[in-house]
Design a binder for this molecule. Structure first.
Ligand SMILES: [Mg+2]
Length: 365
């Protein structure tokens, strides 16, 4: 990979910035982040085994794929189960820990990172209709007035921008492989980063092949996210999952430069470059001038496995807070949790309220 697709513009001139700089680890920070808990429940052991299989080939692969599809799309369990209660002890609610988060930000600049699907919008049957509410849009807009704010999504950048409709944000689409923003005209630091642009031709080839291969499987939906692809199976009868897995596998066999991961009712196909949402977080912090700063408090809120890369970066840096959106116990590197998008909205609103009040000097935590 080269750095030729990474550009930072200061509004007057443009300069190329090496992706390697964003990938470098300048861990000079001291803020403690709670250590991830050791969790040995059966489903997590299974998840680890499944993850190992993702990188393996062999004739058993279709069964392994279908097992992984099931493991990544767990059935809901009662939120009041003993398992859930003990998980909440190790991963408390970010609402309950709000005062701690506010105290930690003293003397620091909060930078907000937000996933989209399942975080700002509810998960819906049709991925083209994952709209966010006007209240949520207002909450994100208010947050962006006080803190640099980035949307980090597996979706294509333009599509997620169309959903969010806020020009003042940074957008990191394609799992962070397509970064741009802000585009509100008066910004003095617009940035562009496309570390996977060389993969665009084969991504388009694979997209067209997958459309052909899956068109007879009712409910299957192939989505182009520009530098990566999603094969949604939320609406596919589980009896046809092996057939879908076989079709996708056949296509990917011809493209060793692409890899596949499992999301919630979705197969994610990406280039085999070392770039993910965690790298996007590091790149954006560096582009914002916080690469070697102790005076920054990144907060990353997300709900999916791909967000774990960002949570891990925050732990490695010993800086900021990862917040997982989930009603179910999950293996995670996030420090705190929120239940669902409506609770994310309340957290964002509370952050704005706290900032407004603290600027007036009245806030007491
Ligand atoms: Mg998500």
């Amino acid at each position: 990979m080269t750095n030729q697709n990474v550009v930072v513009s200061d509004g007057k001139s443009s300069m190329k910035v090496a992706v390697a700089m964003a990938m470098s680890n300048t861990s000079l920070f001291s803020q403690a982040v709670p250590k991830p808990p050791t969790w040995s429940a059966g489903r997590f052991v299974r998840r680890k085994a499944v993850k190992k299989l993702e990188s393996q080939g062999g004739p058993h692969k279709i069964n392994a794929w279908v097992d992984s599809m099931r493991a990544s799309s767990p059935a809901k369990s009662p939120p009041s189960s003993p398992e859930h209660d003990s998980w909440m002890v190790t991963h408390p609610s970010a609402m309950d820990m709000f005062d701690e988060i506010a105290r930690s930000s003293k003397g620091k600049k909060i930078v907000m990172f937000l996933d989209y699907d399942g975080t700002l919008s509810p998960i819906v049957q049709d991925p083209d209709r994952a709209f966010m509410s006007e209240d949520m849009r207002a909450a994100v807009k208010a947050v962006a007035r006080y803190f640099p704010t980035a949307i980090v999504s597996g979706r294509g950048k333009d599509k997620v921008h169309d959903f969010v409709k806020l020009k003042e944000l940074y957008y990191a689409g394609s799992h962070g492989m397509d970064i741009e923003g802000p585009s509100n005209g008066n910004d003095d630091k617009s940035i562009v980063c496309q570390p996977a642009s060389e993969f665009l031709p084969i991504i388009n080839q694979v997209y067209n092949k997958l459309i052909q291969k899956t068109k007879f499987i009712e409910g299957a939906k192939v989505e182009s996210n520009k530098f990566c692809l999603s094969v949604h199976f939320r609406c596919v009868d589980e009896k046809r999952w092996p057939e879908l897995a076989e079709q996708v596998k056949q296509v990917l066999n011809d493209y060793p430069k692409l890899k596949m991961n499992y999301g919630r009712k979705v197969l994610e196909i990406k280039p085999t470059i070392k770039w993910d949402k965690g790298k996007a977080l590091e790149f954006l912090l560096e582009a914002l001038g916080f690469a070697n700063s102790k005076d920054v408090l990144p907060i990353y809120i997300g709900d999916d496995r791909t967000d774990e890369d960002a949570f891990k970066v925050l732990r490695k840096r010993k800086q900021g807070f990862g917040i997982l959106v989930s009603k179910l116990p999950k293996e995670t590197s996030a420090a705190y949790t929120l239940q669902d998008p409506s609770e994310v909205k309340r957290f964002l609103q509370r952050l704005v309220e706290w900032k407004q009040v603290s600027q007036c000097g009245y806030y007491r935590s």
